[in-house]
Ligand binder design. Structure first.
Ligand code: ATP
Ligand code: MG
Length: 225
């Protein structure tokens, strides 16, 4: 089953002499259960691609389909709700809310959706994340790796179709990086979570089931393992 498809996805910034083509007619698709890493030099268009797939930014040209739905054909308000339910986003800096504890930070997308959090599901998620004993702590009482696990929990709580991660280990030491990557592997292998993850690290890419290389806004290689 296809979870994601982009068609001729293009993003230009600026005008005239200042025009930058950050993404240049990129087309690819991702099946349910794939763990895709995106590799490429700085400035090659990786974050731009993730932003467009995540519905954060609008393309200059082209389309993004998630679960068969063309996301940029939706009204803004519908897209906001769709993103909250179907796309989990994880960044290098965890973007947690400092005054909310671990449980509350993870629950946030569901609460914003005016829904009740299933406490059993939340407990299960805390265990998968290894955060059971930290559930009532504030972000500043956690290590970097733990904070990133909270951000991953927040991305997972709505059981989204797709997880997007932009260098999620970029701010972590080797030990914590390894733990986070192992967590992504487990989410993919055990829970069949579809993941699209940007990294600079070839070793991390080696842990995924498919690697897409980007240069100058274009896909130059797409390898499945
Ligand atoms: N808001 C913006 N305005 C103008 N140019 C931009 C903007 N955002 C990105 N760019 C340009 O688009 C190109 C792609 O940027 P992008 O952030 O996608 O690269 P990246 O592959 O994520 O790089 P890095 O590995 O350094 O994070 C770059 O040339 C960048 O300067
Ligand atoms: Mg980037």
């Amino acid at each position: 089953m296809e979870v994601l498809r982009t068609e001729e996805l293009t993003k230009e910034y600026g005008f005239g002499e200042n025009k930058v083509i950050a993404l240049d007619h990129v087309s690819f698709s991702v099946e349910k259960g794939e763990f895709v890493t995106i590799l490429g030099p700085s400035g090659s268009g990786k974050s731009t691609l993730l932003h467009l797939v995540g519905g954060v930014d609008r393309p200059t040209h082209g389309q993004v389909f998630i679960g068969g739905q063309s996301i940029y054909k939706m009204k803004n308000r519908d897209l906001t709700v769709f993103r909250r339910r179907e796309i989990g986003q994880i960044y290098q800096f965890y973007n947690l809310i400092p005054v909310l504890d671990v449980k509350e930070n993870i629950s946030l997308p569901v609460l914003l959706d005016h829904k009740k959090v299933d406490q059993e599901e939340l407990q299960k998620l805390l265990e998968i994340l290894g955060l059971e004993k930290r559930a009532d702590h504030l972000p500043n009482e956690l290590s970097g790796g733990q904070q990133q696990r909270v951000a991953i929990g927040r991305a997972l709580i709505s059981q989204p179709q797709l997880i997007l991660a932009d260098e999620p280990t970029g701010n972590l030491d080797q030990k914590n990086s390894l733990e986070i990557i192992n967590l992504f592997k487990e989410l993919n292998e055990v829970y069949k979570q579809t993941i699209l993850l940007i990294t600079h690290d070839e070793k991390i890419a080696g842990n995924s089931s498919r690697t897409i290389r980007i240069e100058d806004g274009k896909i130059i290689e797409d390898i499945r393992r």
